[in-house]
Design a protein around this ligand. Structure first.
Ligand code: URA
Length: 209
């Protein structure tokens, strides 16, 4: 689901106007993702999940992979992890609708296993890197170890979190995957701190806030 900017954008994290060509290319990419059969994950998926949000988002959120409810609906972060993501976003005063939200791979791995290297290679090379290029966000928020390893080449979230990282011409913030709170409640405070950093950074940028 891709939304165009209204003529008077009301929200804080999306003040660029997306060029029509970029919007069309993103829509075309989403169409290709929905029919993709380039890796084995297509065999078990119900629906691919291209991502959703603003084509002119200043902040892009990248998770790991669709879960069961995402697979059924074709939308990212709508299950229990998504509810928690909405909750932490609410705490920062930033609207979910202001972001573009997607995943490293666009199809649900069987039984929610971690995506394999070949699946990650295929899906990021064909789709994720192109989405980043077209949206051209000011900040990329990475949720969880899979996204951190793939986008930053770092070993763990712990290594990456708590600061902004400039990498290959882009600005990243990393935090734990929202699902982590189901088994590591002690990390919820760190997640909140990382979202607070995002909020402060967005406040600093007059084009965003
Ligand atoms: N977990 C993810 O990493 N992405 C989703 O879209 C849902 C759950």
């Amino acid at each position: 689901m891709l939304r165009r900017a209204p003529s008077h954008p009301p929200c804080r994290a999306s003040r660029k106007s997306p060029a029509t060509l970029e919007v069309k290319r993103l829509e075309d990419l989403a169409r290709r993702i929905r029919i993709c059969i380039k890796c084995p994950l297509h065999e078990s998926r119900t629906q691919a999940v291209p991502g959703e949000g603003r084509a002119d988002a200043e902040v892009m959120i990248i998770g790991e992979a669709p879960g069961k409810q995402e697979d059924q609906t074709g939308r990212p972060f709508v299950g229990s992890s998504g509810k928690y993501l909405d909750h932490v976003l609410e705490g920062t005063g930033i609207q979910r609708a202001d972001f573009f939200i997607t995943n490293t791979v666009k199809c649900r791995p069987p039984a929610n296993r971690t995506p394999r290297t070949d699946e990650l290679d295929t899906c990021t090379a064909l789709y994720l890197f192109e989405q980043i290029r077209l949206i051209n966000p000011k900040i990329i928020l990475l949720l969880g170890g899979v996204a951190v390893k793939r986008l930053l080449g770092l070993k763990s979230v712990e290594q990456a979190r708590g600061r902004f990282i400039e990498h290959e011409g882009r600005k990243y913030l990393a935090t734990y995957h929202p699902a982590v709170r189901f088994y590591r409640e002690d990390l919820t405070q760190k997640i909140k701190q990382d979202f607070e950093l995002l909020k402060q950074e967005l406040r600093k940028d007059p084009r965003i806030t």
